[in-house]
Design a protein around this ligand. Sequence first.
Ligand code: 5RP
Length: 220
Amino acid sequence: MNQDEMKKAAGWAALEYVERDTIVGVGTGSTVNHFIDALGSIKGDIEGAVSSSEESTRRLKEYGIPVFDLNTVDQLSVYVDGADEINDHMQMIKGGGAALTREKIIAAVAEKFVCIADQSKLVKLLGEFPLPVEVVPMARSYVARQLVKLGGDPVYREGVITDNGNIILDVHNFNVVNACELERQINGIVGVVTNGFFAERSADSLLLATPDGVKKINNK
Ligand code: 5RP
């Protein structure tokens, strides 16, 4: 099984968490694209979706799945999304696709966060994948200097503007001892919209695709 086949297996396995006649939270990325294909196959059974990016919205609409504004939705039973890294505590780094802020908002609303990933995403320690930080454009240099003080090496992601009109700094070389603490510290820098640690709000379940099948791991 190649990596994309594993992503597909994880994406389709997440259908198990989708309840009939509900609105489903949908993340962003190549693994989620398989989940959207899976949702398309049962579109008559769900009320619709809330989406974490313009790209996922476009794909959902192609299937004829109604996409709701999150402000009109007061309850979301499940949010399904991928990750760039996930550890044993179900803490993640996300934002490789620059959709981290909307992803974090939907994850906060959802009762259950189901992470779908191939086995390459499971790590012992977070931080080899550079941490994406969404920043208001005028604060870019200031935020970069503050990130250096926290021990990171920020790199401006050239040519990328988020769906919210902001820029991304990818921070290399963080020594991640306490992801929750670092998540809070970075979010405390003026000009930061949010950062790609999903440590405070970790996943509730992980569907981890391996060549032997999809393993279901629940957060303790
Ligand atoms: C997008 C994300 C994605 O979930 C993450 O980048 C994983 O992507 P993929 O499924 O393509 O490997 O956080 O902002």
